[in-house]
Ligand binder design. Structure first.
Ligand SMILES: Cc1cc2nc3c(=O)[nH]c(=O)nc-3n(C[C@H](O)[C@H](O)[C@H](O)COP(=O)(O)OP(=O)(O)OC[C@H]3O[C@@H](n4cnc5c(N)ncnc54)[C@H](O)[C@@H]3O)c2cc1C
Length: 435
């Protein structure tokens, strides 16, 4: 792998996940000779995505086959046909299996399909580089950005696209903070566990998942969204007793936002709203508190070892003699007429998994801290108030794609399809600079 040290790179994408790679593939089509670098802390692109899906035991994507990393809508469908894998496209929307999605992405990156035969990996575009600091020296010539790695290697760039996902923003509800402090190995966020014991073996790093207890005691999962449902199914299939605790009734939906949000009409209405706080509220309303897909709903109904408590929350957690936990439940009180009442206890719980999602907050990315403060980048509920071309003004030529772009792209921004929406905005600002 070539070295970035001391080089001047026209466009740098920070993050080699679904969004970073999607944007890179699109840029390469329109400006093939431009020097482009994708930097990511992992040795290979899409590592974060592959890990997340494997650790949860996710078997099929939620989104249809037309949403993937390249701009060719039929890419995965044709790939499945070519490899005799049509049975890995699930009805009714041809949702791809996770192995099919992954193999397709892998071939795109390795073989250069959909990329004019150019291999992203072999052409020195992807660099393992953990960005520890991003600086913008306004007026410092054509390459005003300086990126420095955790190993103190630096290079300059003219334009930077943040495609950093939201993994650094795992959300732990307030009431769980003291319990988690007391039992850090037993009360864990879903992003830190894996249903595959093999994942937890070998040398431990800060990204290694925690091993789930092997004793045959119930595992509690808190949450009512797809992560909670998928983990419950995966753990029960692997022989665990599971207790799923959700504040609301489980809602079943194929998609996590209405597909109209990918169309121009909904987005035009959204951007007509000039108040960014109001835009934030619209996104919360549209995405709601999470839902599960019909196949997960069916799997949970049929699962022999899953007990589901809805309209319920945990009032207290105490330790039992054998170091197991006792959960004291109460009515969640979300339904207006309901008043909080104790609902009994669950004994012998080996651990509590918080499938409580992510709350994006740009301030949780240390490499951006100085830049945000120095240039007073305005944030609304932790999200930047990007301009229409997704720039984090007043810093020019610093763009965002993924969850970070929600206040411009609406509820679909963080999903796979959000990358196409983002690219349409970015290209208008970026391409003319390199024409
Ligand atoms: C289990 C799961 C299933 C999902 N299924 C679907 C689905 O079916 N359909 C759908 O549309 N969406 C789905 N999503 C939502 C979304 O598409 C994914 O979360 C997707 O991975 C988001 O892509 P991303 O590129 O924004 O983030 P990521 O994939 O998280 O990539 C961000 C990258 O940035 C890198 N990075 C961050 N900070 C730095 C730094 N300082 N230096 C270097 N690198 C850095 C990280 O290493 C990471 O590789 C799913 C999400 C999860 C968790």
């Amino acid at each position: 792998m070539k070295n970035l040290a001391h080089r001047n790179i026209p466009i740098t994408i920070i993050g080699g996940g679904i969004h970073g790679i999607s944007i890179a593939l699109r840029l390469r089509r329109e400006m093939p000779t431009t020097a482009l670098a994708i930097v990511d802390r992992h040795p290979l692109p899409l590592t974060a995505w592959q890990r997340k899906t494997e650790r949860q035991g996710m078997t099929f994507l939620r989104s249809p086959a037309v949403h993937h990393i390249t701009p060719d809508a039929l890419g995965i469908v044709e790939y499945a046909e070519h490899h005799n894998r049509n049975d890995e496209l699930a009805p009714p929307y041809a949702q791809p299996s996770t192995p099919l999605f992954w193999d397709f992405c892998h071939d795109v990156l390795e073989e250069g399909i959909a990329n004019g035969g150019e291999r992203l990996l072999e052409n020195g575009i992807y660099y393992q580089f953990d960005v520890a600091k991003l600086r913008w020296d306004k007026g410092a010539g054509s390459y005003p950005f300086r990126l420095v790695s955790t190993e103190n290697v630096g290079f300059r760039s003219r334009c930077v696209i943040l495609a950093i996902g939201s993994d650094d923003c795992a959300h732990v509800p307030q009431e769980f903070v003291p319990w988690q402090r007391r039992w850090p190995e037993r009360i864990v966020h879903a992003s830190r566990v894996s249903v595959s014991p093999g994942d937890c073996e070998g040398q431990r790093t800060k990204e290694s998942p925690l091993a789930l207890p092997t004793e045959q005691k119930p595992i509690a999962i808190v949450g009512g969204g797809l992560t909670a449902g998928t983990l419950a199914r995966s753990l029960s299939e692997r022989g665990h007793e599971v207790v799923l605790i959700a504040r609301q009734p489980l809602k079943t939906e194929q998609f996590d936002f209405p597909p109209a949000w990918l169309g121009p009409k909904a987005l035009a209405e959204f951007t007509r709203e000039t108040g960014f706080q109001r835009r934030y509220e619209i996104i919360q309303q549209v995405r709601g508190a999470g839902s599960i897909t019909p196949d997960i709903a069916k799997a949970l109904k049929d699962a022999p070892r899953v007990a589901i408590y809805t309209d319920t929350c945990i009032r207290d957690i105490t330790e039992e003699r054998g170091k197991t936990l006792r959960l004291h439940l109460e009515n969640s009180g979300i339904t207006p007429e309901a008043t909080k009442q104790p609902l009994g206890t669950i004994k012998n719980v080996s651990c509590v998994i918080l499938a409580t999602g992510y709350r994006f907050n740009l301030r949780r990315y240390p490499f951006l801290a100085e830049l945000l403060t120095q240039h007073e980048v305005p944030l609304v509920r932790g999200l930047p108030r990007l301009d229409a071309s997704l720039q984090l003004l007043p810093v020019t030529n610093l763009f965002g794609t993924g969850t970070i772009a929600q206040l411009q792209l609406g509820p679909a921004a963080g999903n796979i399809a959000g990358a196409s929406l983002a690219y349409e905005r970015l290209r208008k600002q970026i391409l003319p600079q390199f024409a």
